[in-house]
Design a protein around this ligand. Structure first.
Ligand code: EPZ
Length: 423
């Protein structure tokens, strides 16, 4: 398994270009199931999860064509679909595979998708996806680890989410585009990735209003057409590099990002004493100030993203004072804390709160990545640790960061991948 070897203490300087958003590209690729016409999608990040999604769609007889592999430009065409199944072998490697459920039952009247099973960061059930499809008139059965949804044609309905769910909103948004009549999604997720998906669907001929707000209205149509779309930048990748620049006391320009999607992150960085300067499509971070401790609560967008919690914890270990980090979205998202403690951090976990006392000098160690964002947090800590850190199981980071070691190396980090398993 690949590992990273990182020598700490290098100041990062220069420019990093941000890739397209993984969490936008995934539902947008699944949307190709809604039409027999081609979708041309650009700025797709070259990360493992998108390779998995294209494997899943190919398994479902979607014609996936790319110039080179992995690619940032895909053409996807689901000319003919027949009794498609999302198999356990693929779904178990990436729970976002469940995003094919809504589009399949909407287009074909039948979908059979493996239930995703447990995840390192929490139970993560899909009960709200299923409940929503039932409200749209689908008949749902669950057996042998699979959920099966059937419907002659879905019917518009009002769906009030018990709690905000990102892929739940996206799954039902896609299903409702081909339903008969109007659907209203209440308490919907407002993430920029949801709005990006809706922008694509409207280009395909859907009638969606209110994406990006808690209330989304969808007037169903009988058929959708092909379209061309460019994926928005990855705000979590941008946030990760902002913290890399700050932590190393560097001067980094984070380019090709959308600062408007980074508000909560930039506010928290400012509170922690980090200087940033934004333009329309970039943010410059200058980390020459000492950091001050700052409490954090993870929330749904536009609140502080849970996908940045681990990275922020690495910063909090280098801040003067005590930071209380409260994780409100997932019940088990502090796996990185124990590894940071192995590097010399002072962190106590109390239920879904982490108490981080800083500033402590981090020392290099052999550490283990447990999930995508936890591994990013360990990379950040290793950049300021004394000595050479070895991070094992970096396949987690390859799921959501495009060539992170090359981007870091290009701005002065001393990082090397050991092994040969690139996406
Ligand atoms: C999306 O996951 C992202 N993944 C996650 O990013 C992100 O952490 C999460 O949203 C929250 O922002 C993708 O977009 C592919 P949720 P999702 O449904 O949609 C509970 C990363 O690092 N829930 O919004 O699966 C759930 O257990 C990944 O890139 C139910 O109870 O998250 C959680 O506690 C990790 N029933 C909460 O809601 C449901 O049917 C929010 O989950 C659905 C969700």
């Amino acid at each position: 398994m690949d590992k990273f070897r990182i020598k700490g203490g290098k100041i990062l300087k220069g420019q990093v270009a941000i890739s397209g958003a993984k969490n936008s590209a995934l539902p947008i690729m699944a949307a190709s199931l809604l039409t027999a016409e081609p979708l041309h999608v650009h700025n797709i990040p070259k990360v493992r999860d998108l390779v998995t999604m294209s494997k899943l769609l190919t398994f479902m007889h979607v014609h996936v064509s790319v110039k080179e592999f992995p690619s940032s430009d895909y053409t996807l065409q689901a000319t003919r679909l027949n009794d498609e199944v999302a198999p356990y072998e693929l779904v178990k490697t990436m729970r976002a595979s469940t995003l094919v459920l809504g589009p399949l039952v909407a287009r074909c009247g039948r979908a059979r998708v493996s239930l995703p099973g447990g995840c390192a960061i929490g139970q993560r059930p899909i009960d709200l996806h299923i409940k929503g499809l039932e409200l749209l008139g689908a008949k749902i059965t669950q057996e042998h680890g699979y959920v099966e949804a059937t419907a002659d044609r879905l019917r518009g309905a009002e769906i009030v989410f018990d709690r905000i769910t990102v892929t739940g909103t996206e799954d039902l948004l896609m299903a409702a585009t081909l339903a008969e009549g109007e659907t209203i999604l209440q308490n919907a997720a407002r993430e920029p990735e949801v709005a990006d998906l809706a922008a694509l669907l409207n280009k395909m001929g859907a009638k969606i209003q209110g994406a990006g707000t808690p209330t989304i209205k969808i007037k169903g149509v009988t058929k959708l057409k092909g379209a061309r779309h460019r994926i928005i930048p990855d705000r979590i990748e941008a946030g990760t590099f902002l913290i890399a620049g700050a932590l190393t006391g560097g001067d980094l320009n984070i380019a090709a990002c959308d600062p408007a999607h980074l508000d909560a992150i930039l506010i928290k960085l400012k509170e922690s004493g980090v200087k940033t300067k934004s333009t329309a499509d970039s943010v410059r971070v200058m980390g020459d100030n000492p950091f001050t401790a700052s409490d954090l609560n993870t929330e749904e967008y536009p609140g502080f993203p849970t996908d940045m919690q681990a990275q922020f914890m690495a910063l909090a270990t280098q801040a003067e004072g005590t930071s209380i980090i409260t994780e409100n979205i997932f019940e088990n998202r502090f796996m990185h804390a124990q590894e940071l403690v192995r590097m010399g951090a002072n962190i106590k976990i109390e239920g879904h709160r982490a108490v981080v006392r800083g500033k402590t000098q981090l020392s290099a160690a052999a550490v283990l990545a447990s999930d995508l964002r936890a591994s990013a947090s360990l990379v950040l800590a290793a950049l300021v640790a004394d000595g050479e850190t070895i991070i094992d199981r970096v396949y987690h980071i390859d799921r959501g960061y495009e060539k992170i070691e090359e981007k870091l190396k290009a701005v002065g980090a001393q990082i090397r991948r050991i092994g040969n398993m690139l996406p």
